[in-house]
Design a protein around this ligand. Structure first.
Ligand code: FES
Length: 118
């Protein structure tokens, strides 16, 4: 199945948008680099709409024990209800439990159209 869900200009880099792929609610995420990713719009925890959360970064440990650096801006999808975080560019892995991943969808860009494929 292939479906055009929006134009590339509908989602600015660093933002996300809710969409439908057939009957399925999905969330489109666009990283600051401009690349699109699509996932189920239901959080794995209790089903919140992830599109109502935020695209942000995450603290990454430094060489100094106990010190962290904020990195990866626009690559982490944070759930609005209880803050579970998902790695957009690494298959939708839950940061706290990397064995769990959001169902994801393939994206193809055709001219100015964002096409979801499954
Ligand atoms: S519903 Fe997403 S963290 Fe609880």
């Amino acid at each position: 199945m292939r479906q055009v869900v929006c134009k590339t200009s509908d989602v600015n880099p660093g933002e996300m948008q809710e969409a439908r792929f057939g009957e399925l609610p999905i969330v489109l995420c666009r990283t600051l680099e401009g690349k699109f990713y699509a996932f189920s719009n239901r959080c794995l925890h209790q089903g919140a709409s992830l599109a109502d959360g935020m695209l942000c970064g995450a603290p990454v440990p430094t060489d100094t024990p106990g010190e962290y650096r904020y990195e990866r801006e626009g690559q982490i999808l944070r759930c609005p209800w209880h803050g579970r975080e998902f790695d957009v560019v690494n298959g939708g892995q839950m940061l706290a439990d990397p064995a769990r991943c959001l169902p994801r969808f393939q994206i193809e860009i055709e001219d100015d159209r964002v096409v979801v494929v499954r």
